[in-house]
Design a protein around this ligand. Structure first.
Ligand code: NI
Length: 138
């Protein structure tokens, strides 16, 4: 941790009480820890919205028996090979596969890849999680 700054905060009692419940439910060790966490989430959201470089994971669930679907998903991934760092695949059952695609790049490109995969006919479920690429997030 870099140099620490202390600051006071004035907020409505009801908001404070909700925040205290949030801290308890999420088992944060203290308020400062929780606030730092929320601020970092906020900074990542700004990076995501302003086409800054981010890193993330896209998850897909699909039926591998649908050959055209598998070919389409592969074609899309090859088009975006420069932002795909790694992929992983597990066979959920006889038909369904879960694939993770680890991405790193400008957020607009990652959004394009995600939407292309998500809108591919036959994909059953998709999700995306993004984080920062910065080694030292303040
Ligand atoms: Ni599989």
């Amino acid at each position: 941790m870099g140099k620490v700054v202390r600051f006071a905060l004035s907020i409505e009692k009801e908001l404070f009480q909700k925040f205290e419940r949030y801290i308890k439910e999420n088992k944060f060790p203290n308020r400062s820890y929780a606030i730092r966490n929320i601020m970092r989430d906020f900074l990542v959201k700004i990076e995501w919205k302003s086409n800054k470089p981010v890193a993330g994971v896209i998850t897909l669930v699909y039926n591998h028996k649908k050959r055209e679907l598998v070919v389409n998903l592969m074609s899309i991934q090859h088009k975006f090979h420069h932002i795909i760092s790694s992929t992983g695949h597990i066979h959920l059952d006889e038909y369904n596969c879960l694939e993770i695609i680890i991405v790193r790049g400008k957020s607009n490109l990652i959004k394009k890849l995600y939407l292309a995969l998500k809108s591919t006919k036959g994909v059953k479920h998709t999700s995306i999680t993004v984080s920062t690429t910065k080694e030292k997030l303040p």
